[in-house]
Design a protein. Structure first.
Length: 325
């Protein structure tokens, strides 16, 4: 059987550097906000699928909006860490136009490293009060660094504290933060009592700190996992906080912080949750006088929003006639 010929050009490859140039971080935050304000419903987004492999996990995250459709493909290989190799690697396949042809392949890791802190920042900007913040980061991996970089561009930071299991890694991350002109130091978990903004970027299976120490004016963002058996936040915090999630459906399928708190009774039920879309649209507000928690697991629509923006920016420069709206 002869393959059907096609006059369409091959998909373009959009590298990490291309993504960074095409979509600066503040623009990424605005893109996600615009997606939600335009009426995209995260509850109807594609679901993440997971396949166990001989080396770890293989993930797929599909989404569609307008004439664009795409999916992110990722491998998670925990043993890579011992060889100083990336634990998470992947690519993004973007399709579009009336014929839904392949338009681009993007660096999936770079896409994740941009959209994850962009979601966190969108939530933080909506949940925090105005003014300089004391930022506390749990974790020393790639997402911890991406969040430090990202938040330094959208918020005024008094200082940055780093909490990590590996003292050397924590010291190294603190030094990198200082290289951005930030006041930074390695801290213990007790620093949560002084933090205005706490971001948890770990894969921990157990809570990272005593939630009763968190200030009533603080915002806590947990991005570390999308597995029901893992959590970064304890029941003391979850029972007292106003809780925001990306999606009611996804949070009850993937977010261990939410699932386990519901099982224990710390969260009475889904009615206690507010979605990020509701916060962005102004349909609902958090309750003041208590901490605010944003629990994210990462959703396919977020990757699609950034991927389409990167593609459109690059295609417009080269005069690609297949741009779709």
């Amino acid at each position: 059987m002869n393959p059907q010929s096609s006059s369409f050009p091959a998909p373009v490859f959009i590298s990490s550097c291309d993504i960074q140039r095409a979509v600066p971080f503040p623009d990424a935050v605005k893109l996600l906000e615009s997606f939600l304000l335009a009426g995209f419903d995260p509850e109807r987004d594609g679901l993440r699928s997971t396949l166990k492999t001989g080396r770890g996990l293989f993930l797929q995250m599909p989404s569609t909006s307008g004439n664009y459709t795409g999916t992110k493909l990722l491998t998670i290989s925990p043993e890579n860490a011992s060889s100083n190799l990336p634990v998470i690697q992947g690519l993004y396949a973007l399709f579009g136009g009336p014929d839904q042809r392949p338009l681009a392949v993007l660096d999936g890791t770079a896409l994740t490293n941009l959209r994850t802190p962009a979601v966190s920042a969108l939530g933080a900007l909506r949940l925090t009060s105005p003014g300089p913040k004391n930022l506390l980061i749990f974790g020393t991996g790639p997402q911890a660094w991406e969040h430090v970089k990202a938040f330094s561009t959208v918020l005024t930071l008094n200082r940055v504290g780093i909490v990590g299991r590996n003292p050397g890694a924590a010291k190294s991350l603190s030094a990198r933060a200082a290289g951005l002109g930030l006041k930074s130091k390695v801290c213990s978990t007790d620093e949560v009592a002084n933090a205005d903004l706490i971001i948890c970027c770990t894969g921990s299976a157990e809570p990272l700190f005593d939630g009763s120490q968190v200030k009533d004016t603080a915002v806590v963002i947990a991005i570390g996992s999308h597995e029901p058996a893992r959590r970064e936040l304890d029941d003391a915090l979850m029972a007292h906080a106003s809780i925001c999630v990306e999606s009611l459906r996804t949070s009850q399928l993937e977010a261990g912080d939410i699932i386990q708190a519901m099982e224990s009774g710390a969260i009475e039920g889904p009615d206690c949750l507010i979605t990020l879309a509701d916060i962005v649209s102004g349909h609902k507000r958090i309750q003041h006088g208590r901490p605010a928690v944003l629990k994210t697991t990462g959703m396919p629509w977020q990757d699609l929003a950034i991927a389409t923006a990167a593609y459109e920016a690059i295609a417009s420069k080269v005069g690609d006639s297949v741009l779709v709206s």
